[in-house]
Design a binder for this molecule. Sequence first.
Ligand code: FHN
Length: 409
Amino acid sequence: MTDPHAWFDEARFGLFVHFGLYAIPARHEWSMTRERRTVEDYARYAEVFDPDRFDARRIARAAREAGMRYAVLTTKHHEGFCLWDSDLTDYTSQTACGRDLVAEWVEALRAEGLRVGFYHSLLDWHHPDYTIDLQHPLRDHPDRESLNAGRDMARYREYLHGQVRELLTRYGTIDYLFFDFTYAFEGGKFPADWDAEHLMAMVRELQPGILVNDRLGIPGDLVTPEQYQPAAPMTDEHGTPVRWEACQTTNGSWGYDRDNLEFKSADLLLRMLVDSVAKDGNMLLNVGPDGRGGLRREDVDVLASIGDWMELHGESVHGAGPAEGLRAPEGTLLTQRGDRLYVHLTTWPMQHVHISGLAGKVRFARLLHDGSEVAHTTIDPEQKAWNTTVGGLGADVVTFTLPIMRPDV
Ligand code: FHN
């Protein structure tokens, strides 16, 4: 039987999009709770929500051109504002501006040949029955206990399941569902708070081939390390390899954070992507559209730079995985696809790269970006090019330096 999630391993690279009312205060997608905003005060943003520059097709095209094969949109974040025309609340983009942004998202992704992903928050700081916990905007309220006495989490669970049902029955095949998130400790939320087992069963019944993450607090189809790169391929408690995806950001923020200009370079993000593939994982890279729904210039530029590299090197990422039985020295990442080994140097010029275990296995070494042979050459280091010395390809140890090249080099 074919693995319904094989597309995910082939894809290796996806786009994460955090968009909601929080793009208007433009400080953090947790503004509502960090600033202890009341529901009434925060809901004023819905009255001015007008994402005139939210262009799902433009976002999908930028993702495809960056070499991404799937994309995940926040259908609802913790603030509770819904980007689709839900029957269960008026706190939606449909009510605010007459647009079902989830519908626009799905149509755009399919038009660009991308797999469709939904992020859905389990937390909901707007809903009157969602119990006030340590993450809630009202957590310091003097009457928290009496306020909670009037809240019925069972009614919230019904709302949560009902909205997930809407999302999985109105927009055709959904490939990936990213629930977010369970914090199972005193004063937090446990899987039972979501009725996680029944919710997962419903998801599988409505969308049999869907990929679901691990943040319901019960086992899903993959694990999702957040804002760090695992040190090695990820395994479960028994040492069995597990599917995993690192979710990362371009600038450390998920939602639009106007004053945060600490953007990672395309080189660093590419190293993180190749690092994920070398450890048999994926990378989901986040951008946060601004208060009008437009992508910020820095995100557009970094996705375009990544796309330049992926145009020439994508075969070392898509459908690739760890190099079998080989170890890479510090500063070198190895990925493999079929009988092709890809040697990614993350620093150069380097004198030597020693990769043992290749005796007699290397038929030909060349640069991936232009197909040129890697031979005994010494190029003038002043040209900021690189030295290449290739040991006897039949030798026990193949020694060559192959910087990660980009068209502009
Ligand atoms: O609280 C959220 C956060 O805002 C963001 O959505 C990330 C993305 O994975 N998930 C939660 C923090 O783990």
